[in-house]
Write a protein that binds this ligand. Structure first.
Ligand SMILES: [Zn+2]
Length: 363
């Protein structure tokens, strides 16, 4: 009798163990970037293509779009243009927020991009108010910061690096942060003094300014919608590329940003930057190892790259297929493409997206 009881107790004790089947990993995030209207107009249904997430510019998000995307099985994320001075024509209407270069002049536009002075208090208030309004207006699965960097251009075949900003707001903020007294009567003289005497401290301070924007955005998103993720669209350059210019000029330090970013979305636009599709594989593997990316459900930061579908230059469907697949290797748990409109315009790209996303859907 006692033996039977022992066997029974052992059997009961073993029950929870036997119930512990290996947990299936959730499906990767199979996303699109851009408003899906062109895809819908082409007769597409998000779920039929395996699409489970849409990333849409905040200004294009409305209740109907959100409802339709969710009804077709997709999560909805907003792209939020952060330090883009053209967004809302802010710099045009507020010239005092135009970043100042090291000659003391308004910095030249970086091809199609125009940054902004990130310490201009009016601009910061304006942008954060926009974010609050967005979060009050639509229920989201996440907000993706975009253009979170100092004025520069990295999305062109020939990148532009411009040293900014030397207006009173930035020089004053640097002085109090670095505890230095910048010498010189003009902005140009002050810039020269900084380069000769405090270049490293200045670069570190520029990183801290970008991080502080991310910190406040992360805080606002979590306060308004605690379950929403905060992601970052970012240049796909390694720490050592071009003499470390990503940190030194753009002010982007992924370790410093880590506390405020749930998901990294490097923009690995191979065609635009004159690289082969294999570069996507190389960068995803690099980033996975370098930046402590997590593949465990519910733990962060995660890695969901964005790859190029847009024909600039021409991206053939098989090339698009390759970069989509490369975008899901190593510790990546998601992928999306720039843009869904470019896919919708090309039957070959529609077919490969459907194939890759359907194959990647395991449950
Ligand atoms: Zn400034």
């Amino acid at each position: 009798m006692r033996l039977l009881l022992c066997i029974l107790l052992l059997a009961l004790a073993g029950l929870p163990l036997s119930a512990q089947e290996p947990q299936a990993m959730p499906n990767p995030v199979l996303g699109t970037y851009g408003h899906p209207q062109a895809f819908w107009d082409a007769g597409g249904h998000l779920g039929d293509y395996g699409i489970n997430a849409v990333f849409i510019h905040s200004g294009s998000l409305d209740a109907n779009t959100v409802a339709r995307a969710r009804a077709e099985g997709a999560k909805v994320f907003a792209e939020f243009a952060t330090l883009n001075g053209k967004q809302g024509a802010y710099v045009e209407q507020h010239p005092e927020a135009h970043p100042i270069d090291d000659t003391g002049s308004p910095a030249r536009p970086a091809t199609w991009f125009m940054g902004v002075c990130p310490t201009h208090p009016g601009f910061r208030e304006y942008r954060m108010a926009e974010l609050r309004e967005l979060l009050d207006r639509v229920q989201l699965d996440g907000v993706w910061m975009d253009y979170l960097h100092w004025h520069a251009q990295f999305e062109d075949p020939y990148p532009q690096f411009i040293k900014t900003c030397f207006n009173d707001s930035c020089v004053g903020a640097f002085e109090s942060s670095a505890k230095v007294k910048v010498e010189g009567a003009t902005a140009a003289e002050k810039a020269q003094w900084i380069f000769m005497n405090a270049a490293k401290a200045w670069e570190d301070w520029r990183v801290s300014v970008v991080v502080d924007w991310a910190r406040e955005i992360h805080g606002i998103v979590k306060a308004k919608q605690p379950n929403a993720l905060v992601g970052n669209y970012q240049v796909a350059w390694k720490d050592e590329d071009l003499g470390g210019v990503r940190r030194r000029c753009l002010g982007l330090d992924f370790e410093a940003l880590a506390p405020h970013v749930d998901v990294y979305s490097p923009m690995i636009y191979h065609g635009r930057s004159g690289k082969s599709p294999d570069y996507v594989r190389e960068y995803v593997a690099y980033f996975s190892e370098k930046h402590g990316v997590s593949i465990e459900p519910g733990t962060y930061p995660k890695l969901w790259p964005i790859v190029q579908a847009h024909d600039d230059p021409r991206i053939e469907p098989d090339e698009f297929e390759a970069v989509l697949r490369h975008g899901l290797i190593a510790k990546s748990t998601g992928v999306m493409m720039f843009t869904i409109g470019s896919v919708a315009a090309d039957a070959g790209k529609m077919a490969v997206m459907k194939q890759v996303y359907t194959e990647a859907t395991t449950n």
